[in-house]
Design a protein around this ligand. Structure first.
Ligand SMILES: C[S@@+](CC[C@H](N)C(=O)[O-])C[C@H]1O[C@@H](n2cnc3c(N)ncnc32)[C@H](O)[C@@H]1O
Length: 217
């Protein structure tokens, strides 16, 4: 697990920094997510989920995507969510218990150590920058999906060059949430080469992106 990120930080150091940040952020996290709700819906729609499918919510946090994912795959589907932050996952557990969802399975684990009982049909990465920057996490998650599985990603990135001065703000915004806050030029570059049919659309005037593809056979 002690692999280095491209910025030279060991995975373990990034993970510990992230867990600590979410210890403080977890309580107020949901209240910050209103503005990006349409992006969450667009990203989930890109998975083109069908009833009965199995989907993995990567770094599911407080579980804000779970209801929509469950709507898509129905009672016969399976939804797995995992997160390494006990503070975030506690809220996801409460959400699942309150709703009484029997087919939503939550796992408290780093991405780098996730094992599932069977390969999933789809992977959702919704604002999971640190996970995407870890080669070992990407490797492990792709191994949890069947060949051809749908992948949809949303996240933050640097503005294009003509808005470059604003990137100082983007860096510090990302710093509040991530253990590896830099690497925002092309945060998808560890996973994109592993997918077929890669498509990327900038969002939020260029400081965000939504992307999709399929796990290469
Ligand atoms: C910005 S939050 C997004 C949460 C959720 N996906 C959402 O859209 O609301 C990022 C989440 O990724 C989790 N995370 C970061 N690095 C991780 C890792 N290596 N393994 C598992 N979870 C990780 C954090 O604990 C946090 O809950």
């Amino acid at each position: 697990m002690n692999v280095r990120s491209p910025a030279g930080l060991p995975d373990e150091a990034v993970r510990i920094a992230s867990i600590e940040k979410y210890r403080h952020r977890a309580a107020g996290y949901d209240a910050t997510c209103g503005p990006t709700w349409p992006i969450r819906e667009r990203t989930i729609n890109l998975l083109d989920l069908r009833p009965g499918q199995a989907v993995l919510d990567v770094g599911c946090g407080t579980g804000l995507s779970l209801a929509r994912l469950r709507e898509c795959v129905g009672e016969a589907g399976q939804i797995h969510g995992f997160d390494q932050s006990p503070d975030m996952l506690k809220q996801a557990r409460e959400r699942v218990a309150a709703a009484g969802w029997q087919n939503v399975h939550l796992h408290e684990t780093p991405a780098q150590g996730l094992f599932l009982p069977a390969p999933v049909d789809a992977l959702l990465f919704h604002y999971t920058h640190d996970v995407l920057r870890s080669a070992s996490a990407v490797e492990r998650l792709l191994a949890c999906a069947r060949p051809g599985a749908a992948v949809a990603i949303a996240g933050i990135k640097y503005f294009p060059l003509w808005l470059a001065p604003l990137n100082i703000w983007v860096y510090f915004k990302n710093h509040g949430y991530n253990g590896a806050p830099g690497e925002l030029r092309s945060p998808w570059d560890r996973i994109a080469p592993r997918l077929d049919g890669w498509r990327l659309t900038p969002t939020q005037y260029g400081m965000g992106y939504i992307a999709s593809g399929r796990v290469r056979a």
